[in-house]
Design a protein around this ligand. Structure first.
Ligand code: PHE
Length: 371
């Protein structure tokens, strides 16, 4: 930029012609420095402002010092008028420069104010989470609280405390994914991906004395090959109720009510003997097929019934493990029931999803149907 640092010349006299000539020279200086100014640079514009208007070093201050202060009284008015015109000229050039620089900032951000606004689309709750929340809230309305636990679990919580002894064949049914390089640890401390949400039953009871009513939603992992009905990652909602005088009838009534809330009041439930190491007796729960009303269709493999969850009365041996930390879980004084249901299957039934993989694929064309 060409900004003169020449000192302000002394005036040759105070006549109008002499003043005009002196100010005309300064006007030309303003014009040439403005013409050379890069208006897109905020620093250059500021330098221009300081050069002319700076309170201590600015050229107008120097003009004022050199000419105005020295002027005889008769000349002050003429000088003042010209001085103000010069100042107005500098300010006009500054205005030009700053509007040019904000226009170029608009260019840089590429904001085209004539374009229509960007619509922000609302997200949709994932069908799996929607189902999980629905199941949880059914139990919350019955007075249950909600808990969570870790997905990377120890052998002790996933198996041993749930009455799966080391080398017990029931462990094989869980297709466990284990964390590598745990062999040096004692078996009970070795890490694995939890195969069910049941370990959180133990963690919950260790944290609080009876009574307990809790549901535990969460992700579980099994070494299953993926197909239309299997995924190595899936979801369960665990339930646990422990108090005095809890009976199998309480379990039946609770689950029958929950299934009616989930699938409609015409749905029936039935309980079949089953086996889990941590419940005794144990049962599998079937619901009458909500698609055909129990008459038999492809969805229920023409049986009229669909198996949905496992449950049973908490095995006294499980209370025995918990008593190491919470002596209040005395199986002579209290009893309880537990259940575990697969959220993915329930979501698939509720929304007519035929392939479990769709729940994990993240395909927007699938997901936006639930918006
Ligand atoms: N944890 C069992 C499973 O994943 C289900 C279950 C939970 C059974 C609670 C009984 C009681 O298969």
């Amino acid at each position: 930029m060409t900004m003169s640092d020449q000192p302000i010349p002394s005036l040759t006299g105070w006549t109008e012609a002499e003043l005009d000539a002196a100010f005309a020279a300064l006007m030309r200086e303003v014009e040439s420095s403005a013409a050379a100014l890069d208006a897109t640079s905020a620093e250059a514009v500021e330098a221009f402002r300081l050069h002319w208007l700076g309170r201590k070093q600015g050229r107008l201050k120097a003009v004022s010092d050199a000419w105005l202060k020295a002027a005889p009284v008769e000349a002050k008015k003429l000088l003042g008028q010209r001085f103000n015109a010069l100042k107005a000229q500098v300010e006009a050039r500054l205005d030009d420069a700053s509007s040019a620089s904000s226009a170029s900032a608009l260019d840089a951000e590429a904001i085209d104010i004539t374009l229509p606004g960007r619509a922000r689309r609302l997200g949709a709750e994932h069908p799996l989470i929607k189902t999980l929340n629905e199941i949880v809230s059914i139990f919350q309305r019955m007075g249950y609280s909600v808990g969570v636990g870790p997905e990377v679990e120890t052998d002790y919580y996933n198996f041993e405390s749930l009455n799966f002894p080391p080398n017990h064949p029931a462990r094989d049914t869980q297709d466990t994914l284990v964390v590598a390089q745990q062999e040096r640890k004692p078996l009970r401390d070795r890490l694995l991906m939890r195969t069910h949400t049941s370990p959180v039953q133990i963690r919950t009871m260790e944290q609080q004395p009876p009574p307990v009513r809790i549901v535990i939603p969460g992700k579980v992992h099994r070494n299953d090959a993926a197909d239309a009905t299997h995924s190595p990652i899936f979801h369960q909602v665990e339930g646990l109720c422990v108090d005095t005088n809890i009976t199998f009838s309480d379990l039946k009534g609770t689950l029958d009510h929950a299934m009616k809330e989930l699938f409609g009041t015409s749905v029936k439930t039935r309980f079949f003997p089953s086996f889990f190491p941590f419940t005794e007796p144990s049962a599998d729960v079937q619901i009458s097929c909500p698609f055909c009303g129990g008459k038999g269709c492809r969805k229920c493999k023409h049986s009229g019934w669909i198996e949905l969850l496992g449950c049973g009365m908490v095995d006294p041996a499980v209370f025995g493990f918990v008593q190491q930390k919470q002596p209040g879980y005395d199986p002579k004084k209290i009893s309880g029931f537990a259940f575990g249901m697969g959220v993915d299957r329930i979501a698939m039934m509720k929304y007519g999803i035929s392939d479990i993989g769709l729940l994990y694929g993240g395909d927007q064309r699938f997901l936006e149907q639930f918006g």
